[in-house]
Design a protein around this ligand. Sequence first.
Ligand SMILES: [Ca+2]
Length: 468
Amino acid sequence: MLAGWLCAGAAARPNIVLILADDLGAHDLACYGADLHETPHLDRLAREGVRFTQAYAASTVCSPTRASLLTGKHPARLHITIWAEGSLAGPQNRALLQGASLHDLPHTETTIAKHLQSAGYLTALVGKWHLGGAGHFPEVHGFDVNIGGTHWGAPNTFFWPYRGGFGAGGEFRYVPHLEFGQPGEYLTDRLTDEALRVIDRAAADRKPFFLYLAHHAPHTPIEAKPADVAYFEKKLRPGLNHRNATYAAMVKSLDESVGRVLARLAERRLERDTLVVFASDNGGYLGTDRRQSVPVTTNAPLRSGKGSLYEGGLRVPLIVKWPGVTPAGQASAEPVVLTDLFRTFAGAAQLADLARAPGDGLDLAPALHDPAARLGRDTFFFHYPHYYHAPPSTPASAVREGDWKLVEYFEGGRLELFNLRDDPGEARDLARQEPAKAAHMRSKLAAWRESVGASLPTPNPNFRPAKK
Ligand SMILES: [Ca+2]
């Protein structure tokens, strides 16, 4: 079966480049309909590969998606359901205590990097890690090279020297390995420089490589190069969906990074031997940042954003180019989830046993070969037993089955039911109109939670509702 995908001319053991953006929304790229933003390099990647129009992150926030795509397991099965720092947060004065979530990716988990390393790949993480403390850094989880990866989820600043007191608590943060920079240097550019060094090194060694370029952009702090910000400020006009010029400038730098990586692959004559994947770890963030008055981004026409189980929190861009496998310029409407990357990469590297082993994802090869192909999976589960601040949300799980989606809120057990085909913006709750459908999906969701041992929120005995 696997050989069938490869006979079209794909490299026997391709290099794998995964470029992951942080908090980039489903409609933040021009090729996904963004109006203010300009993303010519990513648009070209989409023209040369396959663009998925219903790709899901494994979670609505950072760390769980990252853990899931590296291990091929659902975040609820891993017990990593909130970002690392969030797992340490104490009780709030809320009706529920959040579900337990691990801070560190356990050593018992074997990442795709570890498997690829064992298979002879040079493996490198450049950028954001966010999967645990020093004993759980990328070096421990199968990466030969770690440039910048720490337990932190965001830098203090995007400008060199990338260090200083972070947020209200003033915790001192820094990005290791980037000390020798210069004033004005911008983090997205610098991480790209480091990624190009990885490509050069692998090319010199004639080794296959796995490059996980995990950009911090366009996560907060919303900071960009002044000339780019000025350019997008001039482009702002009434009626645009996207209204944050600084964010648009961050997305521009991200796009330039992709362009530089693709150019370097071509320069080193590695283009035809390299599987390139671009994605984001969760939906766009709808809050405001620091002194800015406009929201960071919008996921319209999808509802809500990061931290929510509505589609705006879960849906992300996903573009894949695999010479010899993916046809050019096609879109796939097949629902997929980033957990699938584990098996997809395993299959690409001809780790056939791994690609077939039990897990929560699928090998996307059939959909990459033929974007019209169906993968035979119609059910997706999401679990976020935590509160979120902007916009506010309460602990919930969700299940999508075909065109239907049910969201179950743990505060009071409220249900919402949507038909995503008729109502992709999740504006019409059909739970009361379709009680049998809602009940069926709720019991399916409960059975799934039980099967993966999902951590659940519990009643907060110290909760004192605010007086009205
Ligand atoms: Ca994120």
